[in-house]
Unconditional design. Structure first.
Length: 126
């Protein structure tokens, strides 16, 4: 028996094009819909759009003009139910260090592998 997974709508926010492309390839390869934003302002605009819905957001910690924790907090002021995963190259950052973003969020350290993202998606889409 095969479990049917639901298709997620995912927002990827990262100023590095290569990271956006990698996550898009992984997510679309798993059958999910992806929208990308290179900065906080674009991400907030996408989330504020009443015609859009996101099931999950991947947000880079170091963004120009606004850090990822502040952005997640801002996105959740627009959509309180939005789950978010913080992407960081800072191996010293912990879950406790990101809890200020308005509740529990996932934390993935760069560089990350395909299996980490696929495991997270499997848990979200079942």
């Amino acid at each position: 028996m095969r479990l049917t997974r639901r298709r997620l709508s995912v927002l990827v926010v990262d100023d590095e094009r290569e990271i956006r492309t990698l996550l898009t390839d992984i997510l679309e390869g798993a059958g999910h819909e992806v929208a990308c934003a290179p900065d906080a302002a674009t991400a907030a605009s996408l989330v504020a759009d009443p015609g859009r819905h996101f099931d999950l957001a991947f947000v880079d910690y170091l963004l120009p003009g606004e850090d990822g924790i502040a952005l997640i907090s801002r996105l959740r002021s627009l959509r309180p139910e939005l789950p978010a995963v913080l992407l960081t190259g800072d191996t010293g950052l912990t879950g406790a260090g990101v809890s200020a973003a308005g509740g529990p969020i996932g934390l993935i350290t760069k560089p990350f592998g395909l299996f980490i993202v696929e495991d997270l998606l499997a848990r979200m889409s079942n």
